[in-house]
Design a protein around this ligand. Structure first.
Ligand SMILES: [Zn+2]
Length: 243
């Protein structure tokens, strides 16, 4: 029975290592972005502009007048650009303060607005994948779990690979997200520099803040790959043991 390999008693060393690696990645990337944010939200940037002012200045420079910069209601690090509503939503600390973190995050979110306005190609691919990804990320785990109960039947085995394909769609989406995120950060630094919105001594800190944020996206992608690898190895290993 496949369940034996999944639930109790079936976790071998490789499985445990893969689970541990995924967990470590998640914990490390989250604490890294938190820690970097906590550091740079305390340090005022030398140019003395709030995140909201930085965002507005960059939008104006690019002649983007249909995007609004609004204070978000969410917790810290919940900043986003919404292409449907055309808003750059900045959490209150980013919106209201002139810290290095505020400057970097605000410029990054505007980077997404510029990508949208200029039809940056990876955004289009990402948007096309989005509906499938929402379905896949909601059901992949459930389908794989169910498939393992019926794995001795051919329906169970088919279901398993459908579930793996769903994880694959999520992974593909996360992979396409990487160039989008790196590009938004690159635009952020370029804009801050060319518009003289950042003092030279604050550039390194801004980059650190953006790199820490970008790493959470890399970690999410790697963790999906580890999950796929773990599930496939579990089934392949299970078959081998049965044979
Ligand atoms: Zn982003």
């Amino acid at each position: 029975m496949m369940l034996l390999y999944y639930g109790y008693g079936g976790l071998d060393t490789v499985q445990l290592i893969l689970i541990g690696a995924a967990l470590l990645l998640a914990v490390f990337s989250q604490s890294k972005v938190r820690g970097t944010y906590e550091k740079y939200k305390q340090i005022p940037a030398n140019t003395n502009l709030t995140g909201a002012q930085i965002a507005q200045t960059i939008l104006d420079h690019h002649n983007i007048h249909d995007v609004q910069v609004v204070p978000g209601q969410g917790a810290e690090l919940s900043d986003f650009y919404d292409p449907k509503k055309k808003i750059v939503s900045l959490s209150s600390n980013i919106y209201n303060t002139n810290s290095i973190a505020a400057m970097a995050v605000a410029a990054h979110e505007v980077g997404h607005a510029i990508q949208h306005a200029t039809d940056y190609k990876f955004i289009a691919i990402r948007n096309r994948l989005l509906p499938m990804t929402i379905v896949a990320s909601n059901f992949s785990m459930l389908i794989v779990m169910l498939s393992l109960i019926f794995y001795s039947s051919s329906i169970g085995q088919t279901m398993f690979w459908v579930g793996i394909a769903m994880y694959g769609i999520v992974g593909l989406f996360q992979l396409v997200t990487l160039p989008v995120e790196f590009d938004a950060s690159k635009r952020a630094i370029n804009n801050l520099q060319t518009l003289n919105l950042v003092a030279d001594e604050d550039i390194a800190g801004s980059k650190q803040m953006l790199n820490a944020a970008a790493f959470t996206y890399v970690a999410a992608f790697l963790s999906t790959i580890l999950t796929i690898l773990r599930l496939v190895l579990m089934v392949v290993g299970g078959n081998r043991r049965r044979n």
